[in-house]
Design a protein around this ligand. Structure first.
Ligand SMILES: Nc1ncnc2c1ncn2[C@@H]1O[C@H](COP(=O)(O)OP(=O)(O)OP(=O)(O)O)[C@@H](O)[C@H]1O
Ligand SMILES: [Mg+2]
Length: 273
């Protein structure tokens, strides 16, 4: 059904400033991880109000790998995604994305990396209501001053199954279709990594499954790494790897085999249910 990933011992022995050192097995062998966090820690507040949202997280994601992250509410999943996406800064530790050290990157370089190398998919789609599907999907490219933005957006919208909805605005699309537009937007800039925080949290079960399948395709066929947070073990089962978190730490990290029940069993075993 599943097997535990080999302990990423190598990750603990590499110099933290070596961005090419993959650490976790396959990632290292693949010649450079897309994501690597080293002792990543985030503390909010101080004194009695101190919250240790992340507490020494070592995580490696290989090129084209689809990784799901699960764990109880408040365990640090969104904080982890925000750090990897360069949306927030760690208290300590390092974050490497596509070889760049986010913790030392100047602001303008970080903005560029975020725009060109990372695609974001959110629970509530975050589309612009007055723009149609093409304009929404093209937005990161338009903001970047890239030529051919509409053509690229149309291409991605077609790939995600929306060829017949190109000129519709978000309020004319179903939730599942809106999330497809968001996935096309995430892919339009040709990123190495797609970060998705509860991308199916606002969808009915059928649309949720379709988005999970789409994200699997993003990794397996289009070779982008996908790091997805979800509360739904069935949705997590579409990933090829499951990371379980509790209290800001990774408590388990396993390879999945496509069985719909595997994540639920892993959570039971780790005492997360
Ligand atoms: N800006 C902030 N200021 C203070 N505390 C914060 C901030 N953001 C997050 N936290 C705290 O950090 C911890 C981790 O939050 P996070 O949002 O990462 O959890 P989560 O696993 O995504 O939870 P959920 O499943 O409910 O989305 C929580 O205790 C939260 O209250
Ligand atoms: Mg969250």
């Amino acid at each position: 059904m599943w097997r535990r990933r080999p302990a990423p011992d190598a990750a603990r022995h590499v110099a933290p400033d070596d961005p090419t050192a993959g650490g976790g097995g396959a990632a290292g062998a693949a010649g450079g991880a897309i994501v690597r966090t080293v002792a990543l820690t985030k503390v909010y507040g101080a004194g009695d109000n101190e919250v240790r949202a992340l507490d020494g997280v070592d995580l490696t994601v290989a090129p084209g790998e689809f990784v799901a992250v699960m764990g109880p509410s408040g365990c640090g999943k969104s904080t982890l995604l925000n750090m990897v996406g360069g949306l927030d800064t760690p208290t300590s530790g390092r974050v490497f994305v596509a070889g760049a050290d986010l913790t030392t990157l100047p602001d303008d370089a970080l903005t560029e990396l975020r725009r060109r190398r990372i695609g974001f998919v959110f629970q509530f789609f975050n589309l612009i209501p007055v723009l149609d599907a093409v304009e929404n999907a093209a937005l990161p490219l338009t903001l970047d001053g890239a030529s051919g933005a509409a053509e690229t957006a149309t291409e991605w919208l077609t790939r995600v199954g929306l060829a017949d909805r190109l000129r519709n605005r978000p309020d004319e699309l179903s939730g599942g279709q809106q999330q497809r537009v968001a996935v096309a937007r995430a892919l339009a800039a040709d990123p190495a990594l797609v970060l998705a925080d509860e991308p199916t949290g606002n969808l009915d079960s059928k649309s949720a499954t379709e988005i999970a399948e789409l994200l699997r395709q993003v990794a397996a066929e289009w070779h982008r790494s996908v790091l997805m947070v979800t509360h739904d073990p069935r949705i997590a089962s579409y990933a090829e790897r499951l990371v379980l978190m509790r209290d800001g730490r990774i408590v388990d990290d396993l390879v999945l085999d496509g069985s719909r029940e595997a994540p639920l069993r892993a959570m039971e075993r780790s005492g997360l249910l």
